[in-house]
Design a binder for this molecule. Sequence first.
Ligand code: ADE
Length: 246
Amino acid sequence: MTTAILSALSEEQGGLMHALQQPEQLRHAGRVFWRGRLHGQPVVLALSGIGKVAAATTAAVLAERFGPARMVFTGVAGGVGEGVQVGDVVVAQDYLQHDFDASPIVPRWEVPGYGGARMDCDAALTALLSGAVRDWLTRAQGTFDANSQPRLHQGLMASGDRFVSAAQESRALRAALLAAGHDVLAVEMEGAAVAQVCRDYGLPFAAVRTISDRADDSAHVDFPWFVEHVAGRHAQGIVNSLVQRL
Ligand code: ADE
């Protein structure tokens, strides 16, 4: 019962690679996959690549070549929801593509053939992941600034092929989606694609993202700092806790 664990960036994957037992490297479709064990659980680690197409290819290769029982995405995102601050953690309940637009053929954001705009994450796996995040945030409590204890948020996440780095754009994106009933907490560039591939293959999917920036005018500064200093530690802490619950 292998768990596939996807990360967007090598900094996010670094800690997991470090902890991987009996690592075995496999290459396919220009990607590197690492098979091994984390706390005795069989896993395969992969970098998704950046953007929805790269992530979809990686997810499809994982599904076809490694026969995983489930897929989990761990990475960073830009916070757009009210009160979703840098350092907080968002667990996705579902996903949409904020840049998908086949209107007027179908309503805005709806993906033809899938019956709507949103792709659900697996409820049971998502509950385990949320438990793992709570556990990690409690265990890591002493390491955070006393005034900024990270919070866990759960809800809708949106993916698109752009790094959102202007407050005006982020506000407009959130307002348009909210007006259509989609209350987005965070934006990133891969999760919705992986959710769709998992739906195609009937695989349970869950995703967790730590907020690296507010998708605003300082996102280009906040993002690289966070990725370098914090993202890997969060990914490792959360995944370690998750695999012990599987
Ligand atoms: N991932 C992390 N921050 C992001 C942002 N602001 N836009 C898109 N993807 C991101």
